[in-house]
Write a protein that binds this ligand. Sequence first.
Ligand code: C2E
Ligand code: MG
Ligand code: MG
Ligand code: MG
Length: 282
Amino acid sequence: QAKSDGRNLYHFYMPEMNAKARHRLMLEQALRVAVEDDGFFLHYQPQVDIGTGRVVGYEALLRWDHDRIGSIAPSTFVPMLEETGLIIPMGQWVFSTGCRQRHAWNSMLPEQCSLSVNLSPRQFADKNLVPQIQRVLEANQLPPYQLEIELTESMLMSNTEHTRNLLRSLKDLGLKLSVDDFGTGYSSLAYLKQFALDALKIDKQFIDHLTTSSKDKAIARSIIQLGHNLGMQVIAEGVETADQVETLQQLGCDVVQGFYFGRPVPAGEVGRIPQAVAVGAQ
Ligand code: C2E
Ligand code: MG
Ligand code: MG
Ligand code: MG
């Protein structure tokens, strides 16, 4: 099994391997054990409609705390899951855990409040993705509009038959589709006319200096106009200050996500998040 394979990796440690390579091998081995032993959990971060101040969704974010190594950032382990192919079982786990949790929150959250799940390229290429999502929705009695899938520009760029069929099937299922980290991938906009997408997520890098850089502000304004002109919602990521919220309101942004309104928290703490916040005068 994966676990014993993982342990055997110790035998491949070579004295000449540099510290970085050894660390990586150790992490990869720990990752295999964690995948097998249910060593992951999810945090949930609120997404707030800045017109109404209501929480309209939660993004599920994968977390890994290792006994000895400590907590490891998704920016480190998600690419490793992707490279090893372990993202397929883990991605499945994220869908089922997230959807089960969303169902458990039925009495607490408004019906329209969605759960967003990040998809990785390997999952996107997986033929079983659509039937698996369908099964997860059924098993948890989740209406499809409560599940939002976050795609990246690179997935949407390849205008292959597979991409077209997959996006059509996800749409036909009734899911919401959003483009994550918008503006950081490829510059092609052709995919925006090809596919029925529901939302653009402005990447944090354009939000960080929103209130001090006229260029970042111009980019944010343009993304919001582009999204609206195409009938999409626009979500700003990584919003940390009241000034950023105010600017985004002025620019007509729909939804914000970021530490300002709430950090990602364990499922048990979501009940403590106020379901509506003051968003100030528009
Ligand atoms: P992402 O999907 O763009 O998620 C947003 C990231 O920004 C999260 O980082 C979140 O914790 C962080 N963030 C949110 N608001 C703020 C803020 O105000 N300030 C700052 N500094 N950061 C903020 P996280 O959780 O470390 O995840 C990083 C990336 O890892 C995610 O970026 C996503 O691409 C990937 N990821 C996380 N969970 C999953 C998963 O279940 N599956 C896949 N395929 N990828 C995942
Ligand atoms: Mg995301
Ligand atoms: Mg993002
Ligand atoms: Mg990001």
